[in-house]
Design a protein around this ligand. Structure first.
Ligand code: PLP
Length: 437
């Protein structure tokens, strides 16, 4: 059937449907629910795109947006600042681990990662180490859709037809315990991953590697929770070799794992930079940012090149409306939602885990209020189902008929509902998934 042209181009179209594809009209949202174009009320299983953390139609966030737009709708971040931007920067510096006392605001996650990478490049130029620019990321990772951030992405399908700065990037294995070699212990698997990074440093030489960029939990890669000591050991290798550890917390920050930033509170690490976006405004306004270490900035201030310009900025950096929304959002998260997530996470994970008794399900894994159901061809081989079966999409279609929106990822379904979901609503969600699968 010939596709009908559409003026709206949505992300990730295929060449055969570009400009002729319109997907999934939603009409409204309320709490954990959205209503689609046919009037069907659905649980928002992915919370939009891992971001509607306080839920839809939050009147307090809407009110703050209106008030701030009427007070000061915009200011140039180059020459001026605003009270919400100053206040938000202070609060985030207070909540961030270690000496991450500075924040550069961006418009979302890709621009946050892009900014972090450009800070690394700039810093190493100023420090007189222009050779130290390689970026290390991992298979299965996702970091954005701008040129540098996308170059870090490690899902093969996303790079098949897209150019990227491959000469600047080296990729390590995904720390995916489910896909570790048969018979290997988790400890041996973790040792192997750390040894792989050590070998890469040896081969490329520390003097050439600028940054290691990692999501604490690979989100779009299928909610990959790494082996227990992995992040600490990778962080230690970075410190030993003067490689900046950039934690991409675009998904894991702002409540998804029960804390404002997960690096220290959940994983016990203090990165050199943390990128964030999404949940910082619960998706009500496009905002992101990079937390940067005071030590790094101190070094730049004392460098031999005080006139060197960090020629990087975005018209909407530290947008006053976005910052005002983020402040109120943080107040809501800290006013009870984080506690709710911590109290509910156990039940959320255990109930979803019960789906492992279904023949199609190879593993259910996750942490906090993020989880992934991975479907397999059979439970003996655990081979992923082939792309053309589109099992994730088919589960999504069945679940939508039953009242639940799912985020399909080839053979996986990702669940990351609004953090305000109740225990009863979790049970309904799992019941629908069981019938849908
Ligand atoms: N980093 C991570 C871990 C993400 O999951 C995403 C988006 O899903 C991004 C970066 C890019 O963020 P954005 O889509 O806001 O540019």
């Amino acid at each position: 059937m010939a596709k009908i042209p559409s003026a709206l181009v949505q992300p990730w179209p295929s060449a055969g449907s570009i400009g002729a594809d319109r997907r999934g009209l939603l009409a409204s949202g309320e709490g954990i629910y959205v209503t689609d174009g046919h009037g069907r009320k659905l649980i928002d299983g992915p919370a939009g795109m891992w971001c509607v953390n306080v839920g839809h139609r939050n009147a307090e966030l809407a009110k703050v947006m209106q008030e701030q737009a009427l007070e000061l709708s915009y200011n140039s971040p180059w020459y001026t600042t605003s009270s919400p931007a100053d206040a938000l920067a202070d609060v985030l510096a207070d909540r961030a681990p270690g000496d991450l006392n500075h924040v550069f605001f961006t418009t979302g996650g890709s621009s946050a990662v892009e900014t972090a990478l450009r800070i690394m490049q700039f810093a190493n130029n100023v420090r007189g180490r222009p050779e130290k620019k390689l970026m290390v990321s991992r298979q299965g990772g996702y970091h954005g859709s701008t040129y540098l951030s996308a170059s870090l992405n490690g899902r093969p399908r996303d790079q098949d037809w897209m150019d990227s700065a491959t000469h600047l990037v080296r990729k390590l294995s995904s720390p995916d315990p489910f896909r570790r070699p048969e018979g290997m212990s988790i400890e041996a698997f973790e040792d192997g991953l750390v040894a792989e990074f050590a070998a890469l440093i040896e081969k490329e030489r520390a003097e050439r590697i600028g940054a290691f960029v990692a999501e604490p939990i690979q989100a779009s890669g299928g909610v990959i929770v790494p082996p227990p000591g992995y992040l600490k050991r990778m962080r230690a290798l970075c410190a030993e070799n003067d490689i900046l550890f950039i934690a991409d917390e675009v998904v894991t920050a702002f409540g998804r794992l029960g804390s404002v930033f997960a690096s220290r509170d959940v994983f016990g690490i203090e990165p050199d930079m943390i990128t964030f976006a999404k949940g910082v405004t619960s998706g009500y306004f496009p905002l992101g940012g990079v937390m940067v270490s005071a030590r790094l900035f101190e070094e730049l201030r004392r460098s031999n090149h005080p006139d060197a310009m960090f020629a990087h900025g975005l018209t909407y950096s530290s947008h006053p409306v976005g910052c005002a929304v983020a402040l109120k959002n943080l107040e809501l998260l800290e006013g009870g939602i984080l506690d709710h997530v911590n109290a509910l996470s156990g039940h959320f994970q255990t109930s979803l885990k019960s789906l492992e008794d279904l023949a199609l399900v190879g593993e259910v894994r996750g942490l906090g209020l993020m989880a992934c159901i991975e479907c397999v061809a059979d439970r003996v081989s655990n081979n992923p189902l082939t792309l053309d079966l589109e099992v994730g999409k088919r589960i999504d279609a069945h679940c939508q008929d039953l009242g639940l929106l799912v985020r399909p990822l080839i053979n996986m379904c990702v669940m990351s509902p609004p953090l305000t979901i109740t225990i009863e609503q979790v049970d309904t969600m799992v019941d629908i998934l069981r019938r849908g699968i």
